[in-house]
Design a protein around this ligand. Structure first.
Ligand code: FAD
Ligand code: MG
Length: 306
């Protein structure tokens, strides 16, 4: 069985792309390892029409609607290898299955590399977050912390006072210059330079090296991110540097530097969200479809949406 496209990653971006292709009656295989980035959070926010729903419920509704289309198939598994063959790609999964397709779409998302602070990982998505738009409102303007991970954390610390009184734990990772210090003071941010020993308690009690405990409702960190699978690298796709980590470079149709390989969602942009991933899947799905019809050169020449 040869598919028109295999989509590696069946979360918001991959399913959104699959939906466009299914509606064009194309043969689509989605292979998904079931590790959505937001699986640690109880609710998802900021996606119009879905605000406050459980991330898994949004995905489950999407999957039910998608699988009603007869040309879509789904395999639960991890793609471990993809290689170029004449006029397409052949993929292998970790349980030894092989599949062929004319196009390949990478929608694998990214992995968050959390700073190594005791008590932080188990609170990820519960009282430790990266995105204030996603989880800031629910903190009800209670005390907020920002844990410095890089220079970028300055922006986080300057933003968060809109969500609650903010303490910036710089912990030797970030040293504000006088101008930055003045900006932080104007925003009412409290700076704490001490080393952070651990996070404990029901929400996020930040225990400092000197024994002091700062109790906060929500702690914000900017983790490094990396694309969730080595497939793009092994295929030779170019990457771009984003402020939080590298993402896969692509053009307006979401085709990567390797002809026939497309990308969408968090793996394709510097910062992602559910809504952006769904929108990006639409772009990539129609990009894949046009490349199936027009081939490489013509599809790149025409940037029309339909
Ligand atoms: P993902 O949702 O990460 O899905 C990628 C899929 O690909 C996974 O199922 C994975 O298992 C699969 N996969 C990876 N590699 C392979 C492979 N080799 N073979 C097969 N399958 C593979 N965004 C919001 O808009 N609102 C929120 O409230 C919000 N809250 C968040 C809370 C937390 C704690 C985190 C970490 C993120 C949150 N986000 C939120 C961001 C959101 O989760 C992502 O932007 C979104 O999930 C990206 O969608 P995606 O489809 O690109 O990737
Ligand atoms: Mg079906």
């Amino acid at each position: 069985m040869r598919y028109d496209v295999i989509i590696a990653g069946g979360s918001y971006a991959g399913m959104s792309a699959a939906l466009q292709l299914a509606r064009a009656r194309r043969k689509v295989l989605v292979i998904d390892a079931g590790q959505r980035r937001n699986r640690f959070a109880a609710s998802s926010h900021g996606f119009l029409g879905q605000d406050g729903r459980a991330p898994g419920d949004i995905a489950e509704d999407a999957r039910r609607q998608l699988m009603a289309y007869p040309t879509v198939e789904w395999v639960s598994g991890t793609v471990i290898n993809a290689s170029k063959v004449a006029d397409g790609f052949t993929l292998a999964t970790s349980d030894g299955q092989c599949f062929d397709a004319r196009r390949l779409l990478l929608a694998t998302g990214v992995i968050d590399e959390l700073p190594d602070v005791e008590g932080l990982a188990q609170r990820w998505g519960k009282s430790v977050f990266h995105c204030p738009y996603c989880h800031g409102y629910e903190l009800e303007q209670g005390p907020i912390g920002v844990l410095a991970t890089s220079e970028m954390s300055l922006h986080h610390a300057l933003m968060l006072p809109d969500w609650g009184p903010t303490t910036f734990f710089t912990r030797g990772v970030f040293e504000p210059d006088p101008e930055q210090r003045a900006s932080l003071e104007r925003r009412g941010v409290t700076m704490v330079p001490e080393h952070v020993e651990r996070i404990e308690g029901d929400r996020a009690d930040v225990v400092l090296a000197n024994g002091r405990v700062v109790s906060i409702e929500g702690l914000f960190v900017l983790p490094r991110t990396r694309v969730a699978s080595p497939l793009a690298e092994s295929l030779g796709c170019e990457f771009e540097d984003g402020p939080m980590g590298a993402f896969i470079q692509s053009d307006m149709t979401r085709e990567t530097s390797v002809p026939g390989v497309f990308v969408c969602g968090d793996a394709a942009m510097p910062f992602g969200s559910v809504a952006l991933s769904v929108g990006d899947g639409v772009r990539a799905g129609s990009g894949v479809h046009r490349s199936l019809i027009f081939g490489g050169i013509e599809s790149r020449a025409g940037s029309f949406p339909y």
